[in-house]
Design a protein. Structure first.
Length: 471
């Protein structure tokens, strides 16, 4: 038995399910194949559960460190209850996605899928059809946790993002291998609820690809909390799980061997593309996944690929849920004959530590390489000069604006500070609309708000600074 559709999608993560909804609302007949829960890594064991926990841990840390504000609160962090709340948030979102799929008349097949031709996905298990056929197929198979080739690592049973988001007791000591986004966020969470956290990063700085000035400020802010430490230039060579249950992580740090002990180990070394189910379809592959163009077309006619399984996601903005979702919309629009393509310069990225780190557009270095150093102006406004940040008691960080030419066109914005994940939206729209610093200045911002820091940075860019002496 074979079902026929306009579009068949292999994978129900933030790329796949959004593509299905986007196609369904336009009247296409859609099949979505997902072996686990819809929402994928992002909704079930990644973005959403980690943010639910991080917001809880930050509330706890702020409440127990607010004596200066007149709050004298004590108490233990109930990790089991926090995890239960996280699970409820995930359950609610998964249920909501399933209802939306029904409303858009998308057929959801909970089964293993294998792309056997450009027009057919074979289904494994279950009592339903053995395959689905479609005029076009979208591969959205996501990514998997990267397991570095470190002696004894697998045997030591480290926590990946799934395990680290499901502990019921707070470890006294936590060693994080890798200072990428996952490692820094999980480390920040556990440090705020009482763990002594050590992040081991092989490179000279964590969060590779982020603005180096703001990364330094972020590390300083996190370490000032007292339970968070980042060790850079640390190449982990061996891991051992001892008989008493603790772990010893050996690393070469600045040419010297050091041992770091922890009750738990967390893998924060990133993720790798998962192409299971499409690996026999003859798709051209790059070093970091399926090769696609800016309309998400693969090398095989009628087959598209989106999200973490594509090389484009990693090469442009990293593996991000909102990039996958946008790619899904672009793929569907291309299939349905609309003019759509990806623009990665207007795809923001966020690190949800406390403070947060967010960016969009070009880095300072990329702007100088692309536009010429003489044409680039870098302007900064510190959060310590923001009335709203001071009132919040969170004045670490700055907003950094990168403009080009005499008109001060905005090509990049980088924010390290409170609620940077929300502030970056205005910056993203500014770049999308090809706005200048003058446009930001002419836009009235509510006072007092954190968003004023972007306008203040724009004032610095044009030499009219008001609330800072910067020029």
């Amino acid at each position: 038995m074979t079902e026929r559709y306009d579009i068949a999608i292999l994978g129900g993560g933030p790329g796949g399910y959004v593509a299905a909804l986007h196609a369904g609302v336009q009247g296409a007949r859609v099949a979505l194949i997902e072996k686990d829960r819809v929402g994928g890594t992002c909704v079930t064991v990644g973005c959403i559960p980690s943010k639910a926990l991080l917001d809880t841990s930050h509330s706890y840390w702020m409440a127990t460190h607010a004596a200066v504000s007149g709050l004298h609160l004590t108490g233990e962090f109930d990790l089991a209850k926090a995890m239960a709340r996280k699970d409820q948030v995930v359950k609610q979102l998964v249920g909501g996605i399933e209802q939306l799929l029904k409303a858009r008349k998308v057929d959801l097949f909970k089964a293993e899928g294998e792309l056997v031709s450009p027009t057919e996905i074979r289904l494994g298990g279950g009592d339903g059809p053995k395959s689905v056929q479609a005029g076009a197929t979208i591969v959205a198979t996501g990514s998997a946790v990267a397991l570095p080739p470190i002696q004894g690592l697998k045997e030591a049973k480290p926590l990946d993002n799934v395990g680290a988001l499901d502990l019921r007791e707070t470890p006294k000591r936590l060693v994080v291998i890798g200072g990428g986004v996952i490692g820094m966020e999980l480390g920040a969470f556990y440090s705020e609820i009482g763990s002594d956290v050590t992040v081991l990063e092989m490179l000279p700085a964590p969060l590779a690809g982020s603005d180096p000035d703001l990364v330094r400020l972020l590390v300083k802010a996190l370490e000032s909390h007292g339970r968070f430490r980042v060790v850079t230039n640390a190449k982990v060579t061996a891991v051992e799980r001892r008989k008493n249950g603790t772990a010893a992580v050996t690393a070469e740090v600045e040419g010297k061997e050091e041992t770091f002990e922890g009750d738990e180990i967390v893998l924060g070394a990133g993720r790798v593309p998962n192409v299971k189910g499409a690996d026999g379809a003859g798709l051209a592959m790059g070093k970091r996944g399926v090769q696609v163009d800016d309309r998400m077309r693969t090398s095989v006619g009628g087959v598209y690929a989106i999200g973490d399984c594509t090389a484009a996601s990693f090469e442009n903005r990293g593996m991000l849920a909102h990039v996958a979702s946008t790619q899904g919309e672009v793929a569907v629009d291309t299939i349905l004959g609309h003019d759509a393509k990806m623009d990665y310069d207007v795809a923001p990225s966020v690190v949800y530590t406390h403070p947060e780190l967010a960016s969009v557009g070009l880095s300072e270095q990329a702007a100088k390489e692309r536009c010429g150093e003489a044409n680039v102006k870098v302007s900064r406004f510190p959060f310590r000069a923001s009335g709203r940040a001071l009132a919040l008691g969170e004045s670490d960080g700055m907003t950094k604006l990168i403009t080009t030419g005499k008109e001060h066109r905005i090509v990049g914005v980088h924010v390290m500070g409170p609620q940077a994940s929300e502030l970056i939206a205005e910056a993203t729209l500014a770049i999308r609309l090809d706005a200048t610093a003058h446009d930001i200045i002419a836009t009235v911002h509510s006072h007092p708000t954190l968003a004023e820091t972007l306008r203040e940075a724009a004032l610095v860019a044009v030499g009219r600074a008001i609330h800072t002496a910067s020029r």
